[in-house]
Design a protein around this ligand. Sequence first.
Ligand code: ATP
Ligand code: MG
Length: 158
Amino acid sequence: EWIDFSIYFNKIIDRFELTKSQNVIFVREIPTTPMFVEIDQDKITQVLDNIISNAMKYSPEGGRITYRMKEEDTRIIISISDEGVGIPADNVNKIFDRFYRVDRARTRRLGGTGLGLAIAKEMVQAHEGDIWAESVEGEGTTIYFSLPYDRMAEDDWS
Ligand code: ATP
Ligand code: MG
């Protein structure tokens, strides 16, 4: 269905903000201008849930999680940044592989199966978007994904 992504994105973040028990600070850099995209809402909700859960899981006490969204020519780019442990440079692309986990000892302690991002990748690709990561060990991680966007389709709404 067609949805205004910034309104939808804010609702997802609200849900995490209202239920979080951890001390993390949410920062939103989300434009309020309408950006309509055609998505399978259940699937993109799962993508966001997986990425945000990871950001919380790997955040330190008092860490910031920053939510951004911007418009490019033919796509919107959504990003979620944390100030957590980060991922070593040579492993950063592998995190989207099934069952891949960076540090066995650490991840055993934190739990999970290593499927969250593989599922997210599948869902984003089904929407003809991309997903990628940037990370600096000890400083934090940003996960990005894109979704096709057509500003002309937008104009038909107004
Ligand atoms: P699951 O999501 O199935 O519960 P998981 O969180 O371990 O388990 P993924 O979400 O697929 O699996 O993530 C794969 C691995 O990538 C994680 O085990 C972790 O090592 C690393 N990773 C993912 N997101 C982050 C992040 N924000 N900061 C640091 N490491 C991360
Ligand atoms: Mg996960």
